[in-house]
Write a protein of this length. Structure first.
Length: 202
């Protein structure tokens, strides 16, 4: 799967160059869609929200909770500045969106600040809470890499869990029209760089 993903990334990078020259929207759309992964949703025990996204990931998770797709929300987060962590900020926003406090579980992971590090911390946290099935929520452009990382981390840790991936819309890095925004251009570019770094184990 990893090798196939690397080939798809290289093909997509070629498409970026061509699309940048001829400004063909269909090609540019394909560039962003390569990054997206989405599963059909079923009801689960938990909804795991990855740090980042400027609130859009939490909004998507709160919506899924209200619709009955998950019983609990799990947030892990990193230090933003002294005594302030993204997990606490995420929890506060979820409370404002109507998620009950006793349905929110937070973690401050002692791992590398990366999707891979976060995956290890989240999976261990879920295991301690006896969660076997969950929905992973992250920004749409980040979903395919997140899916691969969680699959590999789960295998490495030996956990028997099932999860589905939900792509949260991100107004700063939209899948449609990302090339029209500087934040979209940077987001897609950096996601390709990180994906290639992951493929080559950097």
């Amino acid at each position: 799967m990893k090798k196939k993903y690397g080939v798809r990334l290289l093909v997509a990078l070629v498409i970026i160059l061509v699309g940048g020259v001829i400004f063909a929207e269909p090609l540019l759309m394909r560039v962003s869609r390569v990054l997206v992964y989405e599963d059909s949703l079923v009801k689960t025990e938990a909804i795991v929200v990855l740090a980042g996204g400027k609130g859009s990931r939490i909004e998507a998770a709160a919506k899924l909770y209200r619709e009955g797709f998950g019983e609990k929300l799990f947030f892990s987060g990193f230090k933003v500045y002294p005594e302030t962590y993204t997990s606490s900020l995420m929890k506060n926003y979820a409370l404002k969106l109507g998620v009950p406090e006793d349905r929110i579980f937070t973690l401050i992971p002692d791992v590398e600040v990366s999707t891979r590090g976060e995956s290890i911390a989240n999976l261990e946290f879920l295991s301690k809470n006896h969660i076997k099935k969950f929905i992973l929520v992250t920004s749409a452009y980040h979903t395919r890499r997140a899916k691969l990382i969680y699959d590999n981390s789960m295998s490495a840790l030996g956990y028997d869990m099932e999860f589905s991936v939900y792509p949260a819309p991100d107004p700063f890095v939209p899948i449609e029209g990302w090339w029209k925004l500087r934040t979209g251009q940077k987001g897609v570019f950096y996601e390709y760089v990180k994906s290639l770094a992951y493929y080559f184990n950097l």
